[in-house]
Write a protein that binds this ligand. Structure first.
Ligand code: GUN
Ligand code: ZN
Length: 435
């Protein structure tokens, strides 16, 4: 088949590295009136419009986003698709919220048709909000993951997901066993990992709901599949942290439990990481694991304030996460706004450029996908979104007085939500256009 070319025109921003505190100019490229030349859904060239247009074969179709900003699709490093119908359920803290709302909602995912319908809505909602890749919890039911991957595959999305492993301290109807969780996970890995754009994550829910035998099984899977992601929660809530200390009296800390079972490594992603000490942060940094900062969830569940500055200064890799349904929005812009505010309360003013890096390239690195997505270097898969400076009357009015790129990004981050996303492209094709 002949190669398919596409041209995309607009302002372009993407990251090559962490722009850090002083937003180092070598860490990102901003091209006013830029262009992307795509070949079969991959980036062939990114640069000034004139140069990119000149390199395109004659007659190449051009999508014109002049005046709008093209950035890589957001990467959400921690979200639960089965909690789509749990969002905005008021619990009295994490453990109460799990018992009264979340576990009962997850029960429905034994039904593959139910799971498929929710997965369809969930993927649509991600795309409406400009998220093109996510690290996704299923439920304990293997069929929940089959349903999710089937839906993601049909849409050609790059997604990473896994079956929850949980064998205690939860309702009977959500329990597996160490052996069944190992067998089910293994079957799902063999069926889905590396199929289309899909990847598998070994997913013990958290230390409270897994016996030592089950954490052993998770560690065995991790050893058998060394390139896979591991995905769990750690140190989110004081009551949870105390319970873990009672359940694992030999452990130095909550994080140490996962370390003991070989579950800390590159592409392992731990949601929350609020109650870590200096030793834990050092272990996170040394192991190459990622902390998934989930600020709307931490505020909604009253969990606490993640210290972004301390994590970054210690060399911990950080991703941004909605954590729906503990989180209150699918929008990474809303999530970044909360990240900014939470960080400010911890005496750190997060630059907007760094916020956009954390929600794009840094997320791709967290999942080991930075060779494929996360920026517009040649050969990357063309997952990108189009941000509209006229998204709402207030954003349009305020944009008129924004002098710099940093100020413009800060405006989208502070005032933006799904309305700011004019289009979401996956492998070059528009999968969402704001009506
Ligand atoms: N810890 C264990 N399970 C969950 C969950 O579903 N959501 C959150 N936010 N924390 C958890
Ligand atoms: Zn979560």
């Amino acid at each position: 088949m002949a190669a398919q070319f596409q041209l995309i025109r607009g302002d372009i921003l993407h990251f090559l590295a962490d722009p850090g505190e002083d937003t180092a100019a070598t860490a990102y490229e901003y091209i006013a009136d830029g262009g992307l030349l795509l070949q079969d859904g991959h980036v062939k060239l990114c640069g000034a419009w004139r140069d990119v247009a000149a390199a395109a074969p004659e007659g190449t179709h051009c999508e014109d986003y002049c005046g709008k900003l093209i950035v890589p699709g957001f990467v959400d490093t921690h979200i639960h698709y089965p909690q789509t119908d749990v969002i905005a359920s008021p619990g009295r803290g994490l453990l109460d919220w799990l018992d009264r709302y979340t576990f009962p909602a997850e029960r429905h995912f034994s039904d593959a048709d139910w799971a498929t319908e929710v997965a369809e809505f969930f993927c649509e909602e991600l795309l409406r909000n400009g998220t093109t890749t996510a690290l996704v919890f299923g439920t304990v039911h293997a069929q929940s993951v089959d349903a999710f991957f089937s839906v993601a595959s049909k849409r050609g999305l790059r997604m990473v997901a896994g079956k929850v492993m949980m064998d205690r301290h939860c309702p009977d109807y959500l329990r597996d066993t160490p052996q069944s969780s190992y067998d089910d996970s293994k079957r799902l890995i063999e069926r889905w990992h590396g199929t289309d754009r899909l990847g598998y994550a070994i997913t013990p829910r958290f230390a409270i709901t897994s016996s030592e035998a089950q954490l052993e099984a998770a560690g065995t899977l991790a050893r058998e599949y060394p390139s896979l992601s591991v995905h769990s929660h750690v140190a989110e809530n004081p009551d949870e942290v105390n319970w873990v200390q009672e359940l694992f009296p030999w452990s130095r800390s909550y994080l140490d439990v996962y370390d003991h079972y070989g579950l800390l490594r590159p592409h392992a992603v731990y949601a929350h990481c609020i109650y870590l000490d200096g030793g834990d942060r050092q272990r996170m940094a040394d192991s190459g694991a990622t902390a998934a900062f989930s600020p709307t969830s931490n505020l909604f569940l009253g969990s606490g304030l993640f210290n972004l500055r301390e994590a970054l200064d210690a060399g911990v890799h950080v991703g941004i996460a909605s954590d729906v349904g503990g989180g209150t929005s699918f929008s990474m812009l809303r999530t970044l706004a909360a990240a900014y505010q939470v960080s400010h309360l911890n005496a750190y003013v997060l630059p907007a450029l760094r916020a956009f890096y954390l929600s794009t390239l840094s997320g791709a690195v967290a999942l080991g996908l930075d060779e494929k997505i996360g920026n517009f270097l040649p050969g990357k898969e063309a997952d990108f979104i189009v941000l509209d400076p006229q998204a709402t009357p207030l954003i349009a009015r305020r944009m008129a007085s924004a002098a710099s790129l940093e100020e413009r990004l800060f405006l989208w981050l502070t005032l933006g939500d799904d309305r700011a996303v004019a289009a979401t492209h996956v492998m070059g094709k528009a999968q969402w256009r704001r009506p």
